[in-house]
Design a binder for this molecule. Sequence first.
Ligand SMILES: Cc1cc2nc3c(=O)[nH]c(=O)nc-3n(C[C@H](O)[C@H](O)[C@H](O)COP(=O)(O)OP(=O)(O)OC[C@H]3O[C@@H](n4cnc5c(N)ncnc54)[C@H](O)[C@@H]3O)c2cc1C
Length: 293
Amino acid sequence: MLLLQGMFVPAIKGQGTEEQQKKWLPMAYKFQIIGCYAQTELGHGSNVQGLETTATFDPSTDEFVMHSPTLTSSKWWPGGLGKASTHAVVYARLITEGKDYGIHGFIVQLRSLDDHSPLPGITLGDIGGKFGSGAYNSMDNGVLRFDHVRIPRDQMLMRLSQVTREGKYVHSDVPKQLLYGTMVYVRQTIVADASKALSRAVCIAVRYSAIRKQFGSQAGGPETQVLNYKTQQSRLFPLLASAYAYRFVGQWLKWLYTDVTQKLEAKDYSTLPEAHACTAGLKSVTTSATALC
Ligand SMILES: Cc1cc2nc3c(=O)[nH]c(=O)nc-3n(C[C@H](O)[C@H](O)[C@H](O)COP(=O)(O)OP(=O)(O)OC[C@H]3O[C@@H](n4cnc5c(N)ncnc54)[C@H](O)[C@@H]3O)c2cc1C
């Protein structure tokens, strides 16, 4: 559900036209469809411009043909793809009138809504166990390939640019920088989640340290709460302070996201670099510290 609410819905909100939002969002909110965010491929992750999946417009049928031309173009990693999702926002190279217009988002149905089996031309599955603490093994990160899968033209996310019925590529007057708002949104939710996870862990540790007693006074009095030992405090209190700090900074990032979105809509891009730097840096700092704790 996290990826549905955290990435599928924001991608449609940020990049879909009003009409597309009206059509898809109510179904997602009611969980009639489950969506994921399929961008990363085996061959390219950080370098999004290097993605290889193609979406070629066919004017004879008014459809896009989604295709994975190489092994390295297989979508790899998307959370919720392996088992749960019925739909995905898929990022692919848009090709129309023989020209490659680069990476664009498309809403693609992956599985049947009746029996959840993959639709024709679609091969997908779970990528399997992941290294690390195991925390991510509860997530069905998936792999996805397309073999000339046809989708209607109106499933290209068309807020920033469109392909007309005749196959002409046209830009809308909506600034393309709005695209980046989705990434800022996702990162600020990750900081907020890190603060929640750290708060829970610290709360458990502090409560336990308050009731756990070890060693008594020399006079044979009651044993001492371990919370009173300085070595215990030196471990717990910085984490307790961090939990508060992450919460406050998470709230500030939420405000920053709202502010940057309003400014982008007014074509003011002045705070976008700061929003990127703060959300990317704080995402890394807060999640690393929380995982180590
Ligand atoms: C748990 C998990 C969940 C994920 N969920 C999703 C999802 O829902 N949807 C989705 O589409 N993707 C998802 N991803 C994929 C994720 O977005 C990519 O892993 C990420 O973009 C990095 O790409 P990559 O793994 O190909 O690493 P690479 O791009 O191969 O990078 C490898 C290393 O090289 C470094 N590097 C790369 N380029 C540069 C450079 N120019 N300068 C300096 N260093 C560089 C990177 O920082 C990294 O340390 C998920 C990944 C994980 C681990």
